[in-house]
Design a protein around this ligand. Structure first.
Ligand code: GDP
Length: 258
């Protein structure tokens, strides 16, 4: 059932095994009692995965950064075409509605047209873009953007990055550099590719895009959190700036077990 709803096979198997382990030795009588016990245990297991271990209140974190007199920095990462710049724009729209001053940093210096695409969003959203064109070191552009934001009273910097597959070693290394040099507050959606010293900085949260297009096949929400250990912070549910929601874990569980 889980796999049919797009939960990754390995994740579904582990989940079932842990539910089975948890029920071992439990006494129930009658078939329905068994069925209910299994269902409740599965619901609990799914809720445990989907519920963030610590609260991720972005607005509160922005306030903390404001008090420290520095901009709050979010880096958006992901594979090509997943909806990075659209999602970044949705987050920008939301932050603006909270009366925050937002700067977009155009750090996709790789794909032609990326900077213009971001500028188009920025014009609609009435926010400035920090850009230095193409074929430059994305990490240092991000750094300059954050510095500029700090000097010019911006509350938040949203950093757009080039889309890449996780097995593209040079591009992953460049991304790792960007993240490690700039030490952002939040990295939305990175796998281990260490740059420099110390433990690699991974993602802090996931934004699930195109959630409006998957009907009840909501299993990715479970697998992604299961694999990364990080929560789905936001869900994209359409192509306009207001199509942004928080993940409703109860609803996901209901759809998965329907
Ligand atoms: P990027 O290459 O990762 O920056 O992807 P884009 O932001 O350019 O998005 C690729 C396409 O996906 C565009 O046509 C977007 O309108 C579309 N898209 C992005 N987010 C959503 C979403 O939540 N729902 C739907 N239906 N489409 C989306």
């Amino acid at each position: 059932m889980l796999v049919e709803k797009n939960v990754a096979v390995e994740c579904a198997e582990k989940l079932c095994a842990s539910v089975a382990n948890g029920l071992e030795g439990k006494q129930v009588s009658g078939y329905n009692a068994v069925k209910n016990a299994v269902k409740t245990a599965m619901e609990d297991g799914l809720m445990r995965i989907l519920t963030p271990k610590q609260s991720m209140d972005i607005l509160r974190q922005v306030k903390v950064a404001q008090n420290e007199k520095r901009p709050y920095v979010v880096v958006f990462v992901g594979v090509n075409g997943v909806g990075k710049s659209t999602s970044l724009s949705k987050v920008c729209f939301w932050l603006k509605s909270q009366k925050l001053k937002v700067l977009l940093a155009a750090c996709d210096t790789f794909r032609s047209g990326a900077v213009e695409q971001l500028k188009t969003h920025a014009a609609r959203l009435e926010v400035p873009v920090f850009e230095k064109g193409y074929n430059k070191d994305a990490a240092s552009i991000a750094m300059d953007a954050v510095k500029y934001a700090g000097q010019n009273g911006f509350d938040v910097v949203l950093v757009d990055t080039a889309g890449r597959m996780q097995d593209n070693e040079p591009l992953m290394r460049a991304l790792s550099k960007l993240v490690n040099l700039n030490n952002p507050d939040l990295v939305q959606a990175l796998k281990e590719t260490a740059y420099g010293q110390g433990p690699p900085r991974l993602i802090d949260g996931i934004m699930l895009t195109k959630f409006d297009t998957i009907d009840d096949k909501v299993g990715a929400a479970v697998s992604m959190t299961y694999v990364t250990g990080q929560p789905v912070l936001l869900v994209g549910v359409g192509q306009t700036y207001t199509d942004l929601k928080k993940l409703n874990a109860k609803n996901i569980v209901k759809l998965l077990l329907r």
